[in-house]
Design a protein around this ligand. Structure first.
Ligand code: PMP
Length: 362
């Protein structure tokens, strides 16, 4: 396919071409059923196979230990911002949040609707250019949980390692970096992620939750917003987003074929290094937004000398087939999102465009 854009969208984002082509082959008729997957019952054997295969692949690729449920829920990661406190923040306790940027802030705002929160650490005073160090975190020993955002999609920062919170459950929003590298799931009580960056199209959110945390909530919670509802029904309580889950299963197969989480990390480091080197070797023409120790493997954020030059960069890059390089409206600047499926060729092309743009504008 000759016309594929250099896609640096922040989400929904690039999917592997092989996955799109495989899905295309099965789009009209799925497995000799006389219909598309989208036209069949979610209670039938064909869909059930897809559903449980997606779960099994996630378990395998993330090495999820026994004692965790893997749930497929709708409503995006934004709905998890509410479901977490609705289900896990009991009265009399506080939930501790690490304020690392735009997405952590949204999670905190939502949690405040349901109970008491505290800030375990914050990098707000530093414009969220870094992730607070683990030794800075402060929270009650009986906190309901500690919530972190493993990758701040807008600022382009990422936790390099995670705190050991002992008996306090650690919860992570991994929407923009799930499966970008191996992680030790046993450190976490809950991991959640919208699929539309590293796992597939939008429409499904995965929640990996330790079984002892799945209890009947102590306050009235709508049935669809309770973890026990989805856990008891294997995420088939109501109609799941069948096609999104199918696409996710194909993306997971692709991740497996490409070396699993470790393979993704190697790919992602190579891509991120290329871009950060281009920024660092530009004599200040390109300036990285995130501090070096907190730089994200997924979202590379940078600025130019002024907004006018940034606009010119975006315009000229678009004319050359680059998509999605404008920074988020809340922080400005530029951002290249280089999720798992973004090929190294796109990154090399961007690095060469950056060099060219610099030589024409300095
Ligand atoms: N958390 C993070 C880190 C995100 O990047 C996003 C989406 N960009 C969200 C939460 C919200 O996800 P959704 O749109 O699926 O609700």
């Amino acid at each position: 396919m000759a016309n594929r854009a250099y896609n640096f969208n922040a989400g929904p984002a690039a999917l592997p071409l092989e996955v799109l082509q495989r899905a295309q082959e099965k789009f009209v008729e799925f497995e000799n059923s006389g219909m598309s997957l989208m036209e069949m019952s979610h209670r039938g054997a064909i869909y059930e196979k897809v559903h449980f295969e997606a779960e099994a692949l996630l378990r395998e690729l993330l090495s999820i230990p026994d004692g965790y449920k893997v749930l497929f829920i709708q409503g995006g990661a934004s709905t998890q911002f509410a479901m977490i406190p609705m289900n896990l923040l009991r009265s009399g306790t506080k939930a501790a949040y690490v304020a690392t940027g735009s997405w952590a802030t949204k999670a905190i705002k939502e949690a405040k609707l349901f109970g008491e929160t505290s800030i375990a650490a914050s990098s707000e005073a530093a414009a969220y250019k870094h992730i607070p160090s683990i030794s800075e975190l402060k929270y009650d020993s009986d906190a309901a949980y500690v919530h972190v955002t493993s990758n701040e999609t807008i600022e382009g920062t990422q936790w390099a390692e995670f705190p050991d919170t002992g008996s306090v459950p650690l919860i992570a929003d991994m929407s923009s970096d799930i499966l970008c590298r191996p992680i030790d799931v046993s450190k976490f009580a809950v991991i959640y992620a919208g699929a539309q960056k590293n796992l597939g199209p939008s429409g499904v959110t995965i929640v990996i939750i330790r079984e002892d945390l799945i209890n009947k909530p102590t306050t009235p919670v709508p049935t669809m917003l309770r973890y026990d509802t989805h856990a008891d029904a294997d995420s088939l309580y109501n109609t799941p987003p069948t096609f999104a889950i199918y696409m996710m299963s194909e993306v997971l197969k692709w991740i497996k074929e490409n070396g699993g989480a470790a393979g993704m990390e190697a790919r992602n480091r190579e891509k991120a290094n290329l871009l950060y080197e281009a920024i660092d070797n530009s004599n200040g023409f390109y300036r990285g937004f995130a501090e070096i120790g907190s730089r994200s493997l997924m979202n590379v954020t940078f600025t130019l000398a002024n907004e006018e030059l940034e606009k010119k960069f975006v315009k000229e890059s678009e004319a050359q087939g680059f998509v999605g390089l404008k920074g988020h409206r809340s922080v400005g600047g530029l951002r290249a999102s280089i999720y798992n499926a973004v090929p190294i060729e796109s990154v090399s092309a961007l690095v060469s465009f950056m060099g060219d743009f610099q030589s024409r504008n300095s």
